[in-house]
Design a protein around this ligand. Structure first.
Ligand SMILES: NC(=O)c1ccc[n+]([C@@H]2O[C@H](COP(=O)([O-])OP(=O)(O)OC[C@H]3O[C@@H](n4cnc5c(N)ncnc54)[C@H](OP(=O)(O)O)[C@@H]3O)[C@@H](O)[C@H]2O)c1
Length: 403
Protein backbone atom coordinates (compact mmCIF):
# COMPACT_ATOMS: atom_id res chain seq x y z
CA UNK A 1 0.00 0.00 0.00
CA UNK A 2 1.22 3.56 -0.67
CA UNK A 3 2.86 5.28 2.33
CA UNK A 4 0.78 8.07 3.90
CA UNK A 5 1.85 11.61 3.01
CA UNK A 6 2.61 13.95 5.89
CA UNK A 7 -0.27 16.45 6.28
CA UNK A 8 2.00 19.41 5.47
CA UNK A 9 3.66 17.70 2.49
CA UNK A 10 5.26 19.92 -0.16
CA UNK A 11 3.84 20.23 -3.67
CA UNK A 12 7.28 19.58 -5.20
CA UNK A 13 10.71 18.53 -3.92
CA UNK A 14 13.82 19.04 -6.06
CA UNK A 15 16.26 16.15 -5.54
CA UNK A 16 19.73 16.88 -6.92
CA UNK A 17 19.37 20.62 -6.28
CA UNK A 18 23.16 21.08 -6.38
CA UNK A 19 23.51 19.61 -9.90
CA UNK A 20 24.31 22.02 -12.75
CA UNK A 21 20.70 22.05 -13.92
CA UNK A 22 19.34 21.84 -10.34
CA UNK A 23 21.01 25.14 -9.39
CA UNK A 24 19.35 26.89 -12.36
CA UNK A 25 16.02 25.42 -11.25
CA UNK A 26 16.46 26.74 -7.70
CA UNK A 27 16.95 30.24 -9.11
CA UNK A 28 13.95 29.84 -11.44
CA UNK A 29 11.60 28.37 -8.81
CA UNK A 30 12.53 31.05 -6.27
CA UNK A 31 11.50 33.71 -8.82
CA UNK A 32 7.96 32.30 -9.25
CA UNK A 33 5.07 33.55 -7.03
CA UNK A 34 5.77 31.71 -3.76
CA UNK A 35 2.13 31.75 -2.62
CA UNK A 36 1.16 29.45 -5.50
CA UNK A 37 3.10 26.32 -4.46
CA UNK A 38 5.22 24.87 -1.67
CA UNK A 39 8.65 23.36 -2.28
CA UNK A 40 11.84 22.02 -0.75
CA UNK A 41 15.23 20.81 -1.98
CA UNK A 42 17.34 17.74 -1.32
CA UNK A 43 20.73 16.28 -2.19
CA UNK A 44 23.54 14.19 -0.78
CA UNK A 45 25.74 16.99 0.56
CA UNK A 46 24.31 19.27 3.28
CA UNK A 47 27.08 21.89 3.06
CA UNK A 48 26.44 22.35 -0.67
CA UNK A 49 22.68 22.67 -0.07
CA UNK A 50 23.21 25.30 2.66
CA UNK A 51 25.60 27.28 0.43
CA UNK A 52 23.11 27.15 -2.46
CA UNK A 53 20.30 28.47 -0.22
CA UNK A 54 22.53 31.27 1.08
CA UNK A 55 23.48 32.27 -2.49
CA UNK A 56 19.80 32.85 -3.34
CA UNK A 57 18.67 34.28 0.02
CA UNK A 58 16.56 31.18 0.64
CA UNK A 59 17.64 30.37 4.20
CA UNK A 60 14.03 29.48 5.14
CA UNK A 61 13.70 26.92 2.31
CA UNK A 62 13.55 23.39 3.84
CA UNK A 63 16.30 21.00 2.76
CA UNK A 64 16.83 17.27 3.23
CA UNK A 65 19.73 14.86 2.85
CA UNK A 66 19.59 11.53 0.99
CA UNK A 67 22.12 9.49 -0.96
CA UNK A 68 20.75 8.00 -4.19
CA UNK A 69 21.44 4.47 -2.88
CA UNK A 70 19.77 4.98 0.53
CA UNK A 71 16.28 3.48 0.22
CA UNK A 72 15.21 4.50 3.74
CA UNK A 73 16.22 8.14 3.25
CA UNK A 74 14.53 8.28 -0.18
CA UNK A 75 11.32 6.77 1.24
CA UNK A 76 11.36 9.47 3.92
CA UNK A 77 11.67 12.11 1.15
CA UNK A 78 8.64 10.62 -0.61
CA UNK A 79 6.55 10.96 2.55
CA UNK A 80 7.28 14.69 2.59
CA UNK A 81 6.13 15.58 -0.92
CA UNK A 82 3.53 14.98 -3.62
CA UNK A 83 6.01 15.26 -6.52
CA UNK A 84 9.75 14.52 -6.60
CA UNK A 85 11.85 16.03 -9.38
CA UNK A 86 15.17 14.26 -9.86
CA UNK A 87 18.24 15.69 -11.57
CA UNK A 88 20.57 13.05 -10.11
CA UNK A 89 22.16 11.45 -13.16
CA UNK A 90 23.37 9.54 -15.08
CA UNK A 91 20.08 7.91 -14.13
CA UNK A 92 21.23 4.47 -15.27
CA UNK A 93 23.89 4.72 -12.53
CA UNK A 94 22.03 6.54 -9.71
CA UNK A 95 18.31 6.68 -10.53
CA UNK A 96 16.71 3.31 -9.87
CA UNK A 97 16.16 3.36 -6.09
CA UNK A 98 14.22 6.62 -6.25
CA UNK A 99 11.94 5.36 -9.05
CA UNK A 100 11.37 2.18 -7.03
CA UNK A 101 10.35 4.00 -3.83
CA UNK A 102 8.16 6.47 -5.76
CA UNK A 103 6.32 3.53 -7.36
CA UNK A 104 5.98 1.88 -3.93
CA UNK A 105 4.80 4.97 -2.06
CA UNK A 106 2.51 6.46 -4.73
CA UNK A 107 4.72 9.55 -5.13
CA UNK A 108 4.62 11.40 -8.45
CA UNK A 109 8.00 11.77 -10.15
CA UNK A 110 9.63 13.52 -13.10
CA UNK A 111 13.19 13.65 -14.38
CA UNK A 112 15.58 14.50 -17.22
CA UNK A 113 16.75 11.10 -18.31
CA UNK A 114 17.34 10.57 -22.02
CA UNK A 115 18.55 6.97 -21.51
CA UNK A 116 16.10 4.61 -23.32
CA UNK A 117 17.72 1.44 -21.97
CA UNK A 118 17.18 2.62 -18.40
CA UNK A 119 13.58 3.75 -19.01
CA UNK A 120 12.84 0.30 -20.47
CA UNK A 121 14.31 -1.37 -17.38
CA UNK A 122 12.24 0.87 -15.04
CA UNK A 123 9.05 0.12 -17.03
CA UNK A 124 9.69 -3.62 -16.85
CA UNK A 125 10.32 -3.54 -13.11
CA UNK A 126 7.99 -0.89 -11.67
CA UNK A 127 5.10 -0.12 -14.04
CA UNK A 128 2.66 -2.50 -12.33
CA UNK A 129 3.55 -1.16 -8.90
CA UNK A 130 3.08 2.47 -10.02
CA UNK A 131 -0.34 1.63 -11.48
CA UNK A 132 -1.29 0.02 -8.17
CA UNK A 133 0.05 2.77 -5.87
CA UNK A 134 -1.12 5.69 -8.05
CA UNK A 135 2.39 7.11 -8.67
CA UNK A 136 2.58 9.05 -11.95
CA UNK A 137 6.14 8.62 -13.26
CA UNK A 138 7.21 10.91 -16.13
CA UNK A 139 10.70 10.56 -17.60
CA UNK A 140 12.22 12.86 -20.26
CA UNK A 141 10.77 16.13 -18.99
CA UNK A 142 13.49 18.42 -20.39
CA UNK A 143 14.71 19.36 -23.87
CA UNK A 144 14.51 15.68 -24.50
CA UNK A 145 11.70 15.08 -24.98
CA UNK A 146 9.15 17.84 -24.17
CA UNK A 147 9.43 19.94 -27.39
CA UNK A 148 9.24 16.83 -29.62
CA UNK A 149 6.49 15.15 -27.64
CA UNK A 150 4.30 18.25 -27.35
CA UNK A 151 5.11 19.41 -30.92
CA UNK A 152 3.73 16.13 -32.31
CA UNK A 153 0.76 16.11 -29.91
CA UNK A 154 -0.17 19.69 -30.89
CA UNK A 155 0.32 18.96 -34.63
CA UNK A 156 -1.86 15.86 -34.51
CA UNK A 157 -4.67 17.55 -32.59
CA UNK A 158 -4.61 20.35 -35.19
CA UNK A 159 -4.61 17.82 -38.06
CA UNK A 160 -7.62 16.01 -36.55
CA UNK A 161 -9.42 19.33 -36.03
CA UNK A 162 -8.85 20.27 -39.72
CA UNK A 163 -9.44 16.95 -41.49
CA UNK A 164 -10.96 14.54 -38.97
CA UNK A 165 -7.85 12.33 -39.24
CA UNK A 166 -4.32 12.37 -37.81
CA UNK A 167 -1.36 13.05 -40.12
CA UNK A 168 0.10 9.80 -41.43
CA UNK A 169 3.63 11.18 -41.16
CA UNK A 170 5.42 13.96 -39.30
CA UNK A 171 9.02 15.02 -39.90
CA UNK A 172 10.66 17.10 -37.18
CA UNK A 173 13.55 19.25 -38.39
CA UNK A 174 15.72 21.24 -36.00
CA UNK A 175 15.76 24.58 -37.78
CA UNK A 176 18.03 26.44 -35.32
CA UNK A 177 19.70 25.41 -32.08
CA UNK A 178 22.17 27.33 -29.95
CA UNK A 179 23.51 25.76 -26.75
CA UNK A 180 26.13 23.48 -25.22
CA UNK A 181 26.20 20.23 -23.23
CA UNK A 182 27.03 19.94 -19.50
CA UNK A 183 29.28 17.37 -17.87
CA UNK A 184 26.21 15.55 -16.52
CA UNK A 185 24.74 15.13 -20.01
CA UNK A 186 28.09 14.03 -21.45
CA UNK A 187 28.42 11.50 -18.60
CA UNK A 188 24.94 10.11 -19.43
CA UNK A 189 25.75 9.83 -23.18
CA UNK A 190 29.11 8.16 -22.52
CA UNK A 191 27.43 5.68 -20.18
CA UNK A 192 24.84 4.69 -22.83
CA UNK A 193 27.68 4.09 -25.33
CA UNK A 194 29.62 2.09 -22.72
CA UNK A 195 26.61 -0.11 -21.84
CA UNK A 196 25.74 -0.62 -25.54
CA UNK A 197 29.37 -1.49 -26.35
CA UNK A 198 29.32 -4.24 -23.72
CA UNK A 199 25.93 -5.78 -24.54
CA UNK A 200 24.76 -6.90 -28.01
CA UNK A 201 21.14 -7.43 -26.87
CA UNK A 202 21.07 -3.83 -25.66
CA UNK A 203 22.31 -2.58 -29.06
CA UNK A 204 19.44 -4.48 -30.69
CA UNK A 205 16.96 -3.04 -28.22
CA UNK A 206 18.16 0.54 -28.76
CA UNK A 207 17.43 0.48 -32.52
CA UNK A 208 13.80 -0.57 -32.02
CA UNK A 209 11.63 2.59 -32.40
CA UNK A 210 8.86 0.92 -30.37
CA UNK A 211 11.08 -0.24 -27.50
CA UNK A 212 9.15 1.86 -24.96
CA UNK A 213 5.70 0.88 -26.23
CA UNK A 214 5.45 -2.31 -24.15
CA UNK A 215 5.05 -5.90 -25.32
CA UNK A 216 1.63 -5.42 -26.92
CA UNK A 217 1.39 -2.46 -29.25
CA UNK A 218 -0.36 -2.19 -32.59
CA UNK A 219 2.50 -0.47 -34.47
CA UNK A 220 4.45 -2.10 -37.30
CA UNK A 221 5.57 0.71 -39.67
CA UNK A 222 9.28 0.82 -40.49
CA UNK A 223 10.60 4.16 -39.26
CA UNK A 224 13.25 6.28 -40.98
CA UNK A 225 16.59 6.39 -39.16
CA UNK A 226 18.87 9.30 -40.19
CA UNK A 227 22.43 7.98 -40.27
CA UNK A 228 24.03 10.34 -42.79
CA UNK A 229 23.68 13.68 -44.58
CA UNK A 230 20.79 13.57 -47.07
CA UNK A 231 18.78 15.89 -49.29
CA UNK A 232 15.04 15.85 -48.47
CA UNK A 233 13.43 16.67 -51.81
CA UNK A 234 9.94 16.95 -50.32
CA UNK A 235 11.02 19.74 -47.92
CA UNK A 236 13.83 21.08 -50.12
CA UNK A 237 16.45 20.98 -47.34
CA UNK A 238 19.60 19.09 -46.42
CA UNK A 239 19.37 16.98 -43.26
CA UNK A 240 21.90 15.47 -40.87
CA UNK A 241 21.48 13.19 -37.81
CA UNK A 242 20.07 14.73 -34.61
CA UNK A 243 21.59 13.16 -31.51
CA UNK A 244 18.39 13.44 -29.40
CA UNK A 245 16.28 11.57 -32.01
CA UNK A 246 17.25 8.29 -30.34
CA UNK A 247 15.17 9.15 -27.29
CA UNK A 248 12.62 11.64 -28.68
CA UNK A 249 11.27 9.31 -31.40
CA UNK A 250 10.74 6.54 -28.84
CA UNK A 251 8.91 8.86 -26.45
CA UNK A 252 6.64 10.10 -29.27
CA UNK A 253 5.68 6.50 -30.18
CA UNK A 254 5.05 5.73 -26.50
CA UNK A 255 2.75 8.77 -26.30
CA UNK A 256 0.84 7.43 -29.31
CA UNK A 257 0.43 4.10 -27.51
CA UNK A 258 -0.69 5.75 -24.23
CA UNK A 259 -3.11 8.04 -26.11
CA UNK A 260 -4.83 4.95 -27.61
CA UNK A 261 -3.22 5.43 -31.06
CA UNK A 262 -4.43 9.03 -31.38
CA UNK A 263 -1.77 9.53 -34.10
CA UNK A 264 -2.88 6.36 -35.96
CA UNK A 265 -1.43 2.84 -35.96
CA UNK A 266 0.56 3.51 -39.16
CA UNK A 267 2.08 6.77 -37.94
CA UNK A 268 5.61 7.56 -39.18
CA UNK A 269 7.87 9.96 -37.31
CA UNK A 270 11.50 10.95 -37.74
CA UNK A 271 13.81 13.68 -36.46
CA UNK A 272 16.85 15.30 -38.08
CA UNK A 273 18.77 18.58 -38.06
CA UNK A 274 18.31 20.77 -41.10
CA UNK A 275 21.25 22.34 -42.92
CA UNK A 276 21.43 25.15 -45.47
CA UNK A 277 24.25 23.45 -47.40
CA UNK A 278 25.37 19.93 -48.31
CA UNK A 279 28.91 20.62 -47.08
CA UNK A 280 27.77 21.63 -43.58
CA UNK A 281 25.49 18.57 -43.41
CA UNK A 282 28.36 16.24 -44.35
CA UNK A 283 30.97 17.88 -42.08
CA UNK A 284 28.61 17.73 -39.07
CA UNK A 285 27.64 14.11 -39.83
CA UNK A 286 31.28 13.05 -40.08
CA UNK A 287 32.17 14.93 -36.86
CA UNK A 288 29.31 13.26 -34.98
CA UNK A 289 30.27 9.85 -36.38
CA UNK A 290 33.88 10.36 -35.28
CA UNK A 291 32.76 11.36 -31.76
CA UNK A 292 30.43 8.34 -31.38
CA UNK A 293 33.10 6.05 -32.82
CA UNK A 294 35.73 7.34 -30.39
CA UNK A 295 33.37 7.31 -27.39
CA UNK A 296 32.31 3.71 -28.11
CA UNK A 297 35.92 2.58 -27.68
CA UNK A 298 36.82 2.34 -24.01
CA UNK A 299 40.37 3.90 -23.88
CA UNK A 300 39.33 6.84 -26.11
CA UNK A 301 36.11 7.27 -24.08
CA UNK A 302 38.16 7.57 -20.88
CA UNK A 303 40.53 10.04 -22.56
CA UNK A 304 37.60 12.20 -23.73
CA UNK A 305 35.92 12.09 -20.29
CA UNK A 306 39.10 12.79 -18.30
CA UNK A 307 40.79 15.44 -20.44
CA UNK A 308 38.59 16.95 -23.14
CA UNK A 309 34.85 17.04 -22.35
CA UNK A 310 33.15 18.98 -19.49
CA UNK A 311 33.07 17.08 -16.15
CA UNK A 312 29.94 16.42 -14.04
CA UNK A 313 28.93 19.72 -12.39
CA UNK A 314 30.29 21.83 -15.27
CA UNK A 315 28.23 23.33 -18.12
CA UNK A 316 27.50 26.37 -20.31
CA UNK A 317 28.14 29.84 -18.85
CA UNK A 318 25.28 32.12 -17.85
CA UNK A 319 25.93 34.17 -21.00
CA UNK A 320 25.73 31.03 -23.18
CA UNK A 321 22.46 30.07 -21.46
CA UNK A 322 20.98 33.55 -22.00
CA UNK A 323 22.08 33.70 -25.66
CA UNK A 324 20.93 30.17 -26.45
CA UNK A 325 17.67 29.23 -28.17
CA UNK A 326 15.93 26.51 -30.18
CA UNK A 327 13.50 26.45 -33.10
CA UNK A 328 12.03 23.12 -34.22
CA UNK A 329 9.65 22.59 -37.14
CA UNK A 330 7.07 19.80 -37.42
CA UNK A 331 6.03 19.07 -41.02
CA UNK A 332 2.81 17.05 -41.05
CA UNK A 333 1.39 15.34 -44.13
CA UNK A 334 -2.39 15.79 -43.82
CA UNK A 335 -5.00 13.46 -45.33
CA UNK A 336 -6.29 16.35 -47.55
CA UNK A 337 -2.87 16.67 -49.22
CA UNK A 338 -1.89 19.82 -47.33
CA UNK A 339 1.51 20.13 -45.59
CA UNK A 340 0.97 21.62 -42.12
CA UNK A 341 3.92 23.26 -40.31
CA UNK A 342 4.09 23.76 -36.54
CA UNK A 343 6.93 25.60 -34.84
CA UNK A 344 8.21 24.98 -31.28
CA UNK A 345 10.62 27.59 -29.91
CA UNK A 346 12.48 28.14 -26.64
CA UNK A 347 14.12 31.35 -25.45
CA UNK A 348 17.28 30.06 -23.70
CA UNK A 349 19.85 27.35 -24.35
CA UNK A 350 17.89 24.11 -24.78
CA UNK A 351 19.78 21.81 -22.38
CA UNK A 352 19.93 24.06 -19.29
CA UNK A 353 18.23 27.48 -19.30
CA UNK A 354 15.16 26.16 -21.09
CA UNK A 355 15.27 22.64 -19.65
CA UNK A 356 15.29 24.04 -16.09
CA UNK A 357 12.04 25.90 -16.82
CA UNK A 358 10.42 22.99 -18.67
CA UNK A 359 11.19 20.49 -15.89
CA UNK A 360 9.98 22.89 -13.17
CA UNK A 361 6.71 23.52 -15.02
CA UNK A 362 6.20 19.81 -15.74
CA UNK A 363 6.51 19.15 -11.99
CA UNK A 364 4.08 21.96 -11.10
CA UNK A 365 1.66 20.71 -13.75
CA UNK A 366 1.89 17.22 -12.23
CA UNK A 367 1.26 18.64 -8.74
CA UNK A 368 -1.52 21.08 -9.63
CA UNK A 369 -3.27 20.40 -12.92
CA UNK A 370 -3.90 16.73 -13.64
CA UNK A 371 -5.72 15.10 -10.72
CA UNK A 372 -7.68 12.88 -13.18
CA UNK A 373 -4.56 11.05 -14.51
CA UNK A 374 -4.09 7.60 -12.96
CA UNK A 375 -0.88 5.98 -11.70
CA UNK A 376 1.62 4.53 -14.20
CA UNK A 377 4.56 5.45 -16.41
CA UNK A 378 3.48 8.34 -18.61
CA UNK A 379 5.09 10.67 -21.14
CA UNK A 380 4.89 14.49 -21.00
CA UNK A 381 2.29 14.65 -23.83
CA UNK A 382 0.11 11.75 -22.65
CA UNK A 383 -0.16 12.93 -19.02
CA UNK A 384 0.33 16.69 -19.12
CA UNK A 385 -0.67 17.58 -22.73
CA UNK A 386 -2.65 20.82 -23.08
CA UNK A 387 -2.09 21.92 -19.46
CA UNK A 388 1.69 21.82 -19.95
CA UNK A 389 1.50 23.60 -23.33
CA UNK A 390 -0.34 26.44 -21.58
CA UNK A 391 2.12 26.58 -18.68
CA UNK A 392 5.18 26.59 -20.96
CA UNK A 393 3.82 29.50 -22.99
CA UNK A 394 2.93 31.52 -19.87
CA UNK A 395 5.91 30.78 -17.67
CA UNK A 396 8.76 29.09 -19.57
CA UNK A 397 9.33 30.95 -22.84
CA UNK A 398 8.42 27.84 -24.87
CA UNK A 399 5.84 28.50 -27.59
CA UNK A 400 4.02 26.10 -29.91
CA UNK A 401 2.13 27.49 -32.89
CA UNK A 402 1.14 26.79 -36.49
CA UNK A 403 3.07 28.68 -39.18
N1 LIG B 1 16.92 15.73 -20.95
C1 LIG B 1 17.55 16.87 -21.02
O1 LIG B 1 17.19 17.72 -21.79
C2 LIG B 1 18.68 17.11 -20.07
C3 LIG B 1 19.24 18.37 -19.95
C4 LIG B 1 20.23 18.55 -18.99
C5 LIG B 1 20.64 17.50 -18.20
N2 LIG B 1 20.10 16.27 -18.38
C6 LIG B 1 20.45 15.15 -17.50
O2 LIG B 1 20.20 15.56 -16.16
C7 LIG B 1 21.15 15.00 -15.28
C8 LIG B 1 21.80 16.12 -14.51
O3 LIG B 1 22.63 16.88 -15.38
P1 LIG B 1 23.68 17.92 -14.79
O4 LIG B 1 24.52 18.39 -15.89
O5 LIG B 1 22.97 18.94 -13.96
O6 LIG B 1 24.54 16.91 -13.85
P2 LIG B 1 25.62 17.20 -12.72
O7 LIG B 1 25.90 18.65 -12.59
O8 LIG B 1 26.73 16.25 -12.98
O9 LIG B 1 24.85 16.75 -11.38
C9 LIG B 1 24.64 15.42 -10.98
C10 LIG B 1 23.97 15.47 -9.62
O10 LIG B 1 23.85 14.13 -9.13
C11 LIG B 1 24.22 14.15 -7.77
N3 LIG B 1 24.65 12.83 -7.34
C12 LIG B 1 25.61 12.05 -7.90
N4 LIG B 1 25.73 10.90 -7.20
C13 LIG B 1 24.82 10.95 -6.19
C14 LIG B 1 24.45 10.09 -5.14
N5 LIG B 1 25.05 8.91 -4.96
N6 LIG B 1 23.47 10.48 -4.28
C15 LIG B 1 22.84 11.68 -4.45
N7 LIG B 1 23.16 12.55 -5.42
C16 LIG B 1 24.13 12.19 -6.28
C17 LIG B 1 25.31 15.19 -7.65
O11 LIG B 1 25.44 15.60 -6.30
P3 LIG B 1 26.56 16.67 -5.80
O12 LIG B 1 26.07 18.01 -6.28
O13 LIG B 1 26.55 16.53 -4.34
O14 LIG B 1 27.85 16.28 -6.48
C18 LIG B 1 24.74 16.27 -8.56
O15 LIG B 1 23.84 17.08 -7.84
C19 LIG B 1 22.12 14.19 -16.16
O16 LIG B 1 21.71 12.84 -16.12
C20 LIG B 1 21.92 14.77 -17.55
O17 LIG B 1 22.15 13.81 -18.56
C21 LIG B 1 19.14 16.06 -19.30
Amino acid sequence: MPAAKQPDSFDILLYGATSFVGKIMVEYLSGLPQNEFSWAIAGRDEQKLIALKAQHNLTELPHFIADASDETALTALCEKTNVIISTVGPYALYGETLVKVCAQTGTDYCDLTGEPQWIKAMLDKYEDEAKHSGARIIHCSGFDSIPSDLGVYFSQKLAIEKTGKPASQIKMRVYKLKGAASGGTIASMLNVLKEAGEDASLRKLLVNPYVLCGPEHPFHQRQKNHKKAEYDSELGIWTMPFVMAAINERIVHRSNKLLSSLYGQDFKYDEAMSSKTASKAWITTLGLGAFVGAASFSPLRNLLADHILPKPGEGPSREEQENGMFDMRFYAQLSNGEMQTVKVTGDKDPGYGSTAKMLSQAALCLAKDISDVKGGFWTPASALGDALIERLGKHAGVFIKEL
